[in-house]
Design a protein around this ligand. Structure first.
Ligand code: 2AM
Length: 469
């Protein structure tokens, strides 16, 4: 029997769609799933008459692959990845390649990389973004790990990834867990952008009392400007959808409790570990957590009633400010994410090329946006830039729009509408560009109660004062 170019374990939608995508580019694919009935259904329906081979035991699966074998795991992140790695390792030969295409925690990837490497095999921790549609028609692929493994699968990855005028949305990102780290930060930025867009919607709804149709038109307009992005596009689309049961806009009958799978939280945790501020992203994680306390919120809404006046506001002016506020907050989400990536790359020796990250994020993935082209060009000119706030190219853009963001937030606070991500963005910007912060007082307090010492502004050295003497 003809052997297959690549094998995929995990036949949930992402695994199925990637199998179909890869097959459509001229490669043969073998598939396997823990529950055989899923594989059977796939092969009888969606994969019918395609160059896809179904297997029903791990050993048949492994035997059906061309060597060096390329095995892509598309199973639920966590335990399932470890289970399959343990199962397939004894069946593989030197030089075979295991690819984890799930949203694995980067420290798990580091651990698995070592296990696999010690057995003479090659490991690739690979972030894949684009959802079900992306998996089928062209995702953004973020591989990291063994470079020799990448070279073996590059043809397949490059041909099934999203394509832009700037090339395919796939590149080797660095050793060990670099790929999953980049994917994690991608998701962190995604949390930030989603929350910022949600806050704009909230302000239009509660502050300007706009209808869903009006709000839809605004997001639609915004999408054709510098704010153009996948998330803006789907948001505008979401507002057009009517509920079958009530005929109301569907978004208005969806319960306001946001869930999460952990990648945003991991981004914030890692940022805290590395000492990099990403307050917009962290605020977005917190906002989801607060939303989950639905019943307490209902009680507190009664207890601390919000003033619902008819605020006087120049709607056109506010919307024009809000557009700029949204844009600068989006920029600040990318700035913080990129800052974290730069620090992680240094700390973990990933050697990530940030211009390449921005380039591959231009297509296929959830955070694709026009803005990424500007970011790509900045890093191309200045690869060592630690924080994009320092770039000349964004200086004027950020400075002008910060004025509008401030105006928007003044109104928002008067209206008592929460804007956690947008407020965090402005605070980040205001603090980062202030040469004198009140941290001198913090140092004095630390030295007062804990003898933690301090430095002075006017001379070198470490000082301690007996404050109570
Ligand atoms: P299943 O169809 O047998 O449930 C997404 O959940 C994918 O991960 C599915 O292919 C699912 O297989 C697989 N999966 C989830 N948990 C698993 C586990 N503990 N062991 C093996 N496969 C698992």
């Amino acid at each position: 029997m003809q052997k297959s170019d690549i094998g995929i374990i995990g036949m949930a939608v992402m695994g199925q769609n990637l199998a179909l995508n890869i097959e459509s580019r001229g490669f043969s694919v073998a598939v396997y799933n823990r529950t055989g009935s899923r594989t059977k259904e796939f092969i009888q329906k969606r994969a019918k008459n395609k160059n896809i081979v179904a297997t029903y035991s791990i050993s048949d699966f492994v035997k059906s692959l061309v060597r060096p074998r390329k095995i892509l795991l598309m199973v639920k992140a966590g335990e399932a990845v470890d289970i399959f790695i343990e199962k397939i390792i004894p069946l593989l030969d030197e030089g075979d390649i295991i690819i984890d295409g799930g949203n694995s925690y980067f420290k798990d990837t580091e651990r698995r990389y070592k296990i696999v490497e010690n057995r003479g095999l090659l490991y690739l921790g690979t972030g894949i973004s684009g959802g079900e549609y992306g998996a089928l028609y062209g995702p953004c692929i973020m591989p990291g790990g063994d470079k020799r493994a990448y070279q073996q699968v590059e043809d397949i990855f490059i041909s099934c990834a999203a394509q832009t005028e700037d090339g395919p949305c796939c590149t080797y990102l660095g050793p060990s867990s670099a790929g999953h780290y980049v994917k994690m930060v991608h998701n962190g930025i995604e949390y930030g952008l989603m929350q910022i867009i949600a806050e704009c919607y909230h302000l239009m709804k509660l502050g300007l009392k706009m209808s869903i149709d009006e709000i839809q038109q605004i997001f639609n307009q915004w999408n054709s400007t510098e704010l153009g992005s996948y998330l803006m596009e789907i948001t505008s689309d979401i507002f057009t959808k009517k509920d079958d049961l009530t005929d109301k806009p569907l978004v208005e009958v969806i319960l306001d409790k946001a869930e999460q799978k952990g990648t945003g939280k991991w981004t914030s945790q890692s940022a805290l570990d590395l000492g990099i501020p990403i307050p917009t992203i962290t605020a977005a994680v917190d906002a989801r957590i607060i939303s989950s306390f639905k019943s307490e919120r209902a009680t507190l809404a009664e207890r601390f009633k919000r003033e619902k006046k008819n605020w006087k506001v120049d709607k056109e002016k506010f919307l024009s400010n809000l557009k700029n506020a949204c844009y600068i907050c989006m920029i600040l989400s990318y700035i913080q994410g990129m800052h974290l990536l730069a620090a992680a790359s240094d700390n973990f020796n990933y050697g990530v090329d940030l211009s390449e990250v921005a380039r591959i994020w231009k297509g296929g993935c959830i955070i694709r946006a026009k803005l990424l082209d500007i970011i790509k060009n900045i890093y191309r000119k200045n690869p060592g830039l630690s924080n994009l706030l320092l770039s000349d190219e964004l200086r004027e853009t950020i400075f002008r729009r910060s004025v509008d963001l401030r105006k928007v937030l003044i109104e928002a606070k008067t209206w008592e509408v929460p804007t956690p991500a947008m407020s965090a963005s402005l605070n980040y910007y205001d603090a980062y560009r202030m040469d004198t912060l009140p941290a001198n007082l913090i140092q004095a307090q630390r030295d007062y109660f804990g003898a933690h010492t301090y430095q002075r502004v006017d001379r070198e050295g470490i000082f301690h004062t007996s404050w109570q003497a």
